[in-house]
Ligand binder design. Structure first.
Ligand code: FCB
Length: 496
């Protein structure tokens, strides 16, 4: 198959499948087109836990010290978009652009966590969380993306991490969860190599201010999503559709990751650091040789592009060949870059949501029930496969799961409770898969459910609810869903 053909096929695959895209943009038609009729029209939210879960999974215990947690990100929950010197991010611009976000929603207020963080900390304590993964908003720390850090922004995160320690919850801070300062976007954003240098400076300022209280740092959240959703499909900020630019962006995001790792080492702090990658196990849709070949390349773009560069110090050759020597990415890689990108990390954060099935012509099909997020097929076995594969191919680097979850159309019942039984089933099945991976030698140390709270789900606005905790946006009242009560028991038992 010629390179050109493979690229074309890959593009078609992405069009038909990539799911994150069309579903998140609300372009459901685009997602459905080209996918198999085998799609099962289930949301995963209706299945009662008792029926779908293997009874043998009950009684599973995780290793002592296993840290159960939950995850959020700054733009999705904080609100307070204009307070205490916060600058604008690409997501402010994007969400305020008519037609970009479902229902015209924005993150201006979100779950108002900036003002309600103390109450949210108490919720975390009540759940018994051992770890909380949150992100730091770059434009709160540097309104324009460079220069002297804004003390009021740093103070907010200082209060948050102090509050976590007071409640015996370990902070895990992500440095970048997509909210690039708009000023940097205006200067070229991630297409500009300089943004990686700016990121390292920002990271350094954060390390110096909070490094004594944050034991684990994650660099860039899901670089692949920025590449695909932000630069290929354009339904995430900055809303660009330029594949050639997209892979240059991938390189600069990887470079930024490596520079931040080096900045932490240079600071002399003892914290641990690693990347946060959304990994999709890719399977051939059938037994043909064509499907096997197409799956291999798909895996290159989905997984190895990010994993190989960090853990092996080289981009995968099949992806480089496919991009071609004249691509902006390939010509943008400078001597020494891969050495920076592969600076040794302390752990790998894995975010698992869905498998991908690839056909011989480079398209994709769905084989499992799809959630309310159309890009998500519900397949707990994929969690086992991706964890064991990473350990097999990249060595025994400690792993934390930093995201896994399910959106459900949660509505409080007449008694005020929220019965998200399907989410319980989903989590239980994924916990069981993770447990099997641990049994087979995967050094998994913690698991963070996405998400602690219902929040601003990017292009879907507030339509999709992913939280363990229901948020009534009108009153900002929080209600623990059934899954939250169930999760509290899991944490107490350290298992199912
Ligand atoms: C991940 C994102 C997270 C959230 C979940 C549903 O890709 O990192 O912010 O949107 O998906």
């Amino acid at each position: 198959m010629s390179l050109l053909t493979r690229r074309r096929l890959l593009r078609r695959a992405a069009l038909s499948a990539t799911a994150a895209g069309a579903a998140r943009s609300g372009l459901a038609g685009a997602t459905a087109a080209g996918t198999a009729a085998s799609t099962v029209a289930l949301s995963g939210c209706d299945s009662p836990p008792e029926r779908t879960t293997d009874p043998e999974d009950r009684g599973l215990r995780f290793p002592d010290g296993f840290a159960w947690g939950a995850a959020t990100s700054a733009y999705q929950i904080e609100g307070a978009a204009k307070e205490d010197g916060r600058g604008e991010s690409v997501w402010d611009t994007f969400s305020h652009t008519p037609g970009r976000i479902r229902n015209g929603d924005t993150g201006d207020v979100a779950a108002d966590h900036y003002h309600r963080y103390a109450q949210d900390l108490d919720l975390m304590r009540d759940l018994g969380l051992r770890s909380y993964r949150f992100s730091i908003s770059w434009p709160r720390i540097q309104a324009d993306g460079s220069g002297r850090p804004n003390q009021r922004g740093l103070d907010f995160y200082r209060r948050l991490v102090d509050g976590l320690h007071e409640r015996d919850i370990a902070p895990m801070a992500t440095l970048f969860h997509w909210d690039l300062p708009q000023a940097l976007q205006d200067a070229g954003g991630w297409e500009n190599r300089d943004t990686a240098e700016r990121f390292a400076e920002y990271a350094d300022a954060v390390f110096r201010a909070l490094g004594d209280r944050v034991p684990v740092w994650l660099t860039i959240n899901e670089p692949k999503t920025v590449v695909q959703n932000g630069y290929i499909w354009g339904h995430h900020a900055p809303g660009i559709r330029d594949e050639d630019a997209a892979y240059l962006v991938a390189h600069h995001l990887q470079l930024a990751h490596g520079l931040a790792v080096q900045a932490l080492r240079a600071s002399g702090l003892s914290g641990r650091i690693g990347p946060a990658l959304n990994l999709h196990p890719c399977y051939p849709a059938d037994d043909s040789a064509e499907s096997a070949a197409a799956t291999r390349l798909h895996d290159g773009y989905e997984n190895r592009l990010y994993l190989d560069s960090i853990f092996k110090g080289a981009y995968p050759q099949d992806v480089l060949d496919d991009l071609g020597p004249y691509s902006r990415m390939v010509s943008g890689v400078r001597d020494g870059d891969l050495k920076i990108i592969s600076s040794p990390v302390d752990l790998l954060a894995v975010q698992y949501y869905t498998p991908i099935y690839v056909t011989g012509d480079g398209g994709t099909v769905r084989k499992w029930p799809t959630s309310e997020a159309e890009w998500q097929q519900i397949y707990p076995e994929g969690m086992y496969d991706i964890l064991t594969r990473v350990t097999r191919d990249y060595g025994r680097v400690p792993i934390t799961i930093t995201e896994n979850g399910l959106p459900c159309p949660d509505v409080p019942g007449p008694d005020g409770t929220v019965d998200d039984a399907g989410r319980v089933t989903f989590l239980r099945d994924h916990f069981a898969a993770a447990h099997r991976a641990v049994g087979d030698g995967v050094p998994l140390e913690s698991y963070h459910v996405w998400s602690l709270l219902d929040n601003f789900e990017w292009a879907e606005g507030y339509e999709q609810r992913w939280g363990l905790v229901y948020v009534d946006y009108a009153s900002q009242r929080r209600v623990l869903k059934r899954s939250a009560h169930w999760y509290r028991d899991v944490i107490r038992r350290n298992g199912l």
